[in-house]
Write a protein that binds this ligand. Structure first.
Ligand code: ZN
Length: 251
């Protein structure tokens, strides 16, 4: 699933459309039923912003479109006259540029002015110190891995960056939040923020633990484990040899 850095990268690539009147269409019937194209066709695009794992496109007249890619969705940006292979849910055209949204799966007109999301980890204005307090208040009684992926507390981290950041910090995703001290939480958030912000403009670093279950840990040689975690059962990766906190509770 694309995480916050991918969404920021898409938002950056869509900036050439900002300030322009958009010609919108929905070639795909599943895109058509969202009624997004009709609501924005001919309107000026005022801003494109990534908030956590959501992309918000604000149009004149207070019309906001929200896109969430989950596992299957994607955006492409290219010349308007390029041949297309398939039918996007939404096509935005301005002059010679075309942006296309494929496979949804979440493409909606947003009526509420704000989503129920915590601060975007990657935003310039977000201070990781403030996030530590937020996690403490909202995540009591839960495991570290779950809390870091709770988009209402901090927006942008998915199971990949959660697993990588906790491996870096030497903390298990199964460690209760209360068993990590503030300095440790701050280190995890700061590391994730730095790496994800760099990934927006450059390439992602080599991953140390994500999708490496069954292989030896790069730090201690112990075999890496993986297991679904939390309400959404997203796979957490951890090394029992060098990450503090024991294995998941038996289920
Ligand atoms: Zn290890």
């Amino acid at each position: 699933m694309p995480e916050g850095d991918s969404l920021h990268r898409i938002a950056a690539r869509l900036q050439p459309l900002v300030g322009r009147s958009i010609s919108a269409s929905s070639p795909n019937p599943r895109g058509r039923v969202t009624e997004v194209a009709g609501a924005i066709d001919g309107r000026r695009l005022e801003s494109v912003e990534a908030v956590g794992k959501h992309l918000l496109l604000r149009f004149e007249g207070s019309v906001t479109v929200r896109s969430h890619l989950r596992m299957s969705g994607r955006w492409t940006i290219g010349p308007a006259d390029a041949a297309r292979n398939g039918t996007p849910w939404l096509v935005l055209r301005a002059g010679a540029i075309e942006a296309a949204q494929w496979n949804g799966p979440v493409l909606t007109l947003e009526k509420r002015s704000t989503l129920r999301l915590g601060p975007d980890l990657l935003a310039d204005t977000t201070d990781p110190v403030v996030l530590v307090d937020r996690l403490r208040r909202g995540g009591a009684g839960r495991s570290l891995g779950e809390v870091l992926q709770d988009q209402r507390l901090v927006a942008g981290i998915g199971n990949m960056w959660m697993s990588e950041a906790l491996w870096e910090a030497g903390l298990s995703p199964w460690l209760p939040l209360a068993s990590a001290d503030d300095a440790e939480l701050l280190a995890v958030l700061t590391w994730a923020r730095d790496v994800m912000r760099k990934a927006v403009v450059g390439s992602r670093p080599q991953r140390s633990i994500y999708r490496r279950a069954g292989r030896p840990c790069l730090r201690c040689g112990e075999i890496i484990r993986a297991r679904g975690q939390g309400d959404h059962n997203r796979t957490a990766y951890w090394c029992p040899g060098c990450q503090r906190g024991l294995s998941p509770p038996a289920s």
